[in-house]
Design a protein around this ligand. Structure first.
Ligand code: MF3
Ligand code: CO
Ligand code: CO
Length: 263
């Protein structure tokens, strides 16, 4: 029941496993086309992670989850199960969530992909969701209270009249996939802990066009919006540094830098 502050040796390992997770998202991008199934995307990622990266896909077997990645299409909020019969179609939006384990440490990251040309509102939802994550990341530095992050996301999302899923949160990460602290994506009553260098956690806002309410499907995993409105999510694994933060799962294509320095 404590927040683990990572040593410099542990941070080196977190950087390695973080970069690998980012590279899976870069690697899978060209395969995400009309007609491919989410099950095929899972197999391709599984092979790359295990054979090329020599890492472990941490979602496989996690509390009984049956696949190596999560694929959440359209009104699926998170934890979509890849399926060979689920083919991607024109206009879909899909979140791919990669959770890796290597040399004792975990990383966790996700982003949205477009199939062909989604609706303008769907594209805007994704853009606003990613931007809310970036705004929160830009607030991270030692000395701030954790609730600043949720407050920043809530301000950005409510301006656009989208809604923030409440049942699922970001989390501390390191030797465990999910450890303390919980990272809320909305403003809590509690100010939360003070950030200090060496903390590692995810921020992973799930944002809906309609209501924030969700429901779990019969498979016990797939989370959908209750009103079937579209949902988007972006996730990074982050390290608090002396002067700001490092985005451990940073991808080359991103407009935000890998290291954010406030001094
Ligand atoms: N990647 C998820 C997260 O962001 C965890 C996935 S575990 C699974 O915390 F079992 F659902 F795959
Ligand atoms: Co996560
Ligand atoms: Co994740």
């Amino acid at each position: 029941m404590a927040i683990h502050i990572k040593t410099s040796d542990e941070i080196k390992k977190m950087r390695i496993v973080g970069k690998l997770a980012a590279e899976v998202l870069e690697f899978i991008e060209p395969y995400i086309k009309i007609g491919i199934s989410t099950g095929e995307l899972d197999s391709i990622c599984h092979k790359y992670i295990t054979q090329v990266q020599q890492a472990k896909p941490a979602s496989l077997g996690y509390q009984g989850f049956p696949k190596s990645i999560c694929t959440s299409v359209n009104d699926v909020v998170c934890h979509g199960i890849p399926n060979i019969n689920q083919k991607l179609k024109e206009g879909d939006i899909i979140n791919i969530d990669i959770t890796l384990f290597k040399e004792g440490f975990y990383s966790d990251t996700s982003k949205m992909f477009f199939i062909g040309n989604p609706t303008n509102i769907g594209k805007k939802l994704c853009d606003i969701t990613q931007n809310s994550l970036y705004l929160a990341i830009q607030k991270i530095k030692p000395g701030i209270r954790l609730n600043i992050l949720g407050q920043t996301i809530q301000n950005a999302i409510e301006k656009e009249q989208f809604s923030i899923v409440r049942e699922y949160c970001g989390h501390g990460i390191g030797k465990n996939l999910h450890e303390e602290p919980q990272i809320l994506h909305y403003k809590a009553d509690d100010q939360g802990i003070i950030l200090i260098p060496g903390m590692t956690f995810t921020i992973e806002p799930m944002i809906n066009i309609g209501s924030y309410k969700t429901k779990i499907m019969q498979d016990g995993w797939t989370v959908k919006t209750k009103d079937h409105s579209l949902s988007a999510q972006y996730e990074h694994t982050l390290l608090v540094t002396e002067s700001g933060c490092e985005i451990l799962t940073h991808r080359q294509e991103e407009t935000i830098p890998f290291i954010i320095n406030h001094t």
